[in-house]
Write a protein that binds this ligand. Structure first.
Ligand SMILES: NC(=O)c1ccc[n+]([C@@H]2O[C@H](COP(=O)([O-])OP(=O)(O)OC[C@H]3O[C@@H](n4cnc5c(N)ncnc54)[C@H](OP(=O)(O)O)[C@@H]3O)[C@@H](O)[C@H]2O)c1
Length: 332
């Protein structure tokens, strides 16, 4: 079986983890990497064994052998990078949060559809076995009707003000960096848009640092906090009328999930050790879709990504968050 030839766009922190995960998936070829700096691309290629390295996105996209591009650039670059990749005929796996606003996402999905190319947000949580196990328990009726979802993602991020996390021009802020996980988690269980949203945020230098959100659905409530200013366990639970599913620390990427009955008695715990970094699962899913001729992953469907993006837009409005690059006009 021929391997899927991957191109990695950027050499930042997450690109390193992604490259390690590519090494751990048997049917992926570490084919090419691009960076704004030729030297960085060369060093990255040597470190992980990529065959080609390029000093610009355009050069990598001109390489006919690249089948699928992983976009690991800051949020403010995703729109332009994804459009460039699709225009060049490449399939795309794009980091979260996929774009700065829904209009940008719609442009991308329309173009992917026109070009009959694969596009997926790199929302790895939805491909991880602990999450799929939880969905299975829910779909089997093990917890009954969902009444509440609670989730937190608080990660101390101090230091360099030049870090993309703190820069409005790079799409920084806790909502896009962290909040996308609890929102995706909630959307995956409760589905389409909530009836109402309450949101609070501490804003500093035009970005949100610490946020608290409540989503009111017809028959359920979801609450979440996320932020850069402190540390927490980052747990989550899905509370139903008949039982509770509990995700311990780092709920969005942990290896463990537990099922309790409605009297808080443990019924079952499942452990799924990551092969390496955990990003292998999203890679396996992309490779599977490409081999099956799919342009959309059933695990991370466009509709789910879009529903979360719509919620993000609603929350941005409430907390007064906007981005300089957020010119939600089609650029192609
Ligand atoms: N799935 C996850 O668990 C996870 C974890 C962390 C981050 N992420 C996502 O991955 C993306 C990147 O995050 P990161 O933490 O890897 O960020 P990072 O360390 O700042 O790296 C971003 C890279 O993007 C490239 N880049 C292109 N245009 C840029 C610009 N104008 N300014 C700065 N860098 C630019 C740079 O690579 P070159 O210098 O090589 O061009 C840079 O190293 C974000 O979308 C983030 O949400 C996902």
């Amino acid at each position: 079986m021929e391997k899927i030839r991957w191109g990695v766009l950027s050499t930042g922190k997450i690109a390193h983890k992604f490259a390690q995960a590519l090494q751990a998936t048997a049917d992926s070829e570490l084919y090419a990497v691009s960076s704004r700096s030729e030297e960085k691309a060369e060093a990255f290629a040597a470190q992980y064994g990529f065959e080609k390295h390029y000093g610009s996105t355009e050069e990598m996209l001109a390489d006919k052998n690249v089948q699928v591009v992983y976009i690991g650039s800051p949020m403010s670059c995703h729109y332009e990078d994804a459009i460039k990749c699709l225009m060049a005929g490449k399939n795309v796996l794009c980091e979260k949060t996929v774009t700065l606003c829904t209009e940008q996402l719609d442009d991308i999905l329309k173009l992917a559809d026109e070009k009959k190319l694969f596009f997926m947000e790199a929302m790895w949580t939805k491909t991880l076995p602990h999450f799929l196990q939880a969905k299975k328990w829910f779909e089997e009726g093990r917890i009954g009707r969902i009444k509440m979802i609670k989730s937190d993602f608080v990660n101390m991020c101090e230091g360099d003000p030049d870090n993309r996390l703190f820069r409005s021009d790079l799409g920084g802020g806790a909502l896009l960096d962290l909040g996308v996980y609890p929102l995706t988690f909630t959307q995956a269980f409760l589905g389409s848009s909530p009836e109402s949203i309450t949101a609070y945020a501490h804003m500093k230098n035009d970005i949100d640092y610490d946020d608290a959100i409540i989503l009111k659905y017809h028959d359920a409530i979801a609450s979440m906090t996320f932020g850069f200013d402190c540390k927490s366990e980052n747990a989550a639970s899905v509370v139903g009328e008949e039982g509770v599913i509990v995700f311990d620390s780092w709920f969005h990427c942990s290896e463990k999930v537990s099922l309790y009955d409605k009297n808080n008695r443990l019924i079952e715990t499942k452990n799924f050790p990551h092969p390496r970094t955990g990003y292998e699962y999203e890679i396996i899913e992309v490779n599977r879709c490409l081999r099956s001729g799919l342009t959309e992953s059933p695990l991370v469907p466009h509709s789910g990504t879009r529903e979360v993006m719509v919620m993000i837009d609603r929350i941005k409005k409430i907390i007064g968050l906007s981005y300089p690059d957020e010119n939600c006009n089609s650029q192609f």
